[in-house]
Design a protein around this ligand. Structure first.
Ligand code: PMP
Length: 404
């Protein structure tokens, strides 16, 4: 049973008011709210366990290490990865992508080699490759989208050549809501002998992902977008790839032996985890993954899909409404503009009604250029949103529209 009122009680912040109105939080694509169990697990660790991991022989250090490594196992299970050695803790999607661009680029790319991206990438999956471009003279090739906001797969296939070294593509667009056919894209890339990095920042919170059936070579996501704490994320990588990459940062934990003359590196995944990890946040992330798993990712998916359908149906009836992104397969994200109303005005006035939405370019300026807009208003749903919150959004938009 998916009892939305019971579920909402797990998220204390949803009970608060802004400007004297009940909060309607629809900025979940940016970050999600946290259930009590996540915050409590972290508080409990700070109050009762706290000690640095992997280092001490003492009781607390061992207990903290057990919690941290248990969290890694929880992530492994959540992704259905083969081994915990494939789970690298990072600060988030951005760091995970930068790690791959930097280390893969270092090991396997030279001047003139190519990475395939898409027109709907988040800046984190563009700029990381541009930094490599500046260092090594690699080339960025871009898969275009059609007018519905779907990737053009025939164009994608045409981009492969003997200089293609890697594909890096988002699973779900944070602007259009488009769910990309990454399984097919991975098959196509593999047929060319090319590995694929999938940006899972916007997919993991909304539907089940399975590394073994997806067959991605690398996969990135952020804890804070899936009801976990800020400052922690994951890079999944197939062992065969991670093994062949050089380390990302140097420091404690990632080494086996150090002399001034020579250093040998630790095994996976520790080779990529220099310094003290945010071991309290990894506990929080594990609790968040337990939380969504107990609700059932399929139930969350159904709930959010139903909500998105309902929202689209109601929003399309608003005069002057333009919804950006009409993909056949879409997720719980709706970008829109109404008449000539500036996105910032719409967002600011909705805010005064207690409705939190995102406005702007959503860290996807190349996509904005393709759409011919400067920015959009974005409503993005989470497992705790309700139909009445969609009603509040629709009525809020109508009210703002009347003012113009
Ligand atoms: N990729 C996508 C598709 C995103 O939506 C985001 C966050 N907006 C990111 C990457 C970056 O995530 P983070 O800021 O958590 O590193």
């Amino acid at each position: 049973m998916y009892d939305i009122q019971e579920i909402r009680k797990d998220f204390p912040i949803l009970g608060r008011e802004v400007y004297g109105r009940p909060l309607v939080y629809l900025d979940n694509g940016a970050t999600t709210q946290k259930p009590r169990c996540v915050v409590e697990a972290m508080t409990d660790e700070y109050y009762n366990v706290n000690a640095n991991v992997h280092r001490g022989v003492h009781f607390l250090s061992q207990q903290a290490t057990e919690l941290h490594e248990a969290a890694r196992e929880t992530v492994r299970r959540f992704l259905n990865a083969r081994s915990p050695a494939e789970i690298v803790f990072t600060r988030g999607t951005t760091e995970s992508i930068n790690l791959v661009a930097s280390c893969f680029g270092e090991a396997f790319m030279r001047e003139g080699d190519e990475v395939i991206l898409s027109e709907m990438e988040h800046h984190s999956n563009i700029v990381s490759w541009q930094l490599l471009q500046a260092r090594k003279g690699i080339k960025l090739r871009v898969v275009p989208i059609n007018d519905r906001g779907e990737l053009m797969l025939d164009e994608y296939e045409r981009l492969f050549n003997d200089r293609t070294r890697i594909v890096s593509v988002t699973h779900v667009s944070n602007v259009l809501g488009t769910v990309n056919p990454v399984r097919r894209m991975i098959d196509i890339a593999h047929a060319h002998g090319v590995p694929v990095l999938v940006d899972g920042a916007q997919s993991t919170p909304h539907f089940a992902v399975d590394m073994q059936s997806l067959d991605a070579d690398f996969f990135a996501f952020s804890g804070h977008k899936i009801y976990g704490p800020t400052g922690v994320g994951v890079l999944y990588g197939k062992e065969t790839w991670l093994d062949r990459l050089p380390p990302y940062m140097g420091g404690g934990e990632m080494i086996r032996h150090v002399t001034f003359g020579h250093t040998t590196f630790n095994g996976l995944p520790f080779k990529f985890e220099a310094g003290t990890p945010d071991y309290v946040a990894t506990t929080g992330l594990a609790r968040a993954l337990d939380y969504v798993s107990a609700l059932g990712m399929d139930n969350i998916y159904s709930h959010e899909q139903e909500l998105t359908r309902y929202a689209l149906e109601r929003m399309r009836r608003i005069p002057g409404m333009r919804i950006l992104g009409q993909a056949g397969e879409r997720d719980a994200v709706i970008s829109f503009l109404v008449g000539g109303i500036h996105h910032l005005d719409m967002g600011t006035l909705l805010d005064r009604l207690g409705i939190a939405v995102r406005t702007g370019h959503h860290c996807a300026e190349p996509l904005m250029r393709r759409l011919g807009v400067e920015g959009t208003v974005r409503a993005s749903f989470a497992l705790y949103n309700t139909r009445s919150e969609v009603d509040a959004l629709v009525e809020g938009i109508e009210r703002v529209a009347k003012m113009f």
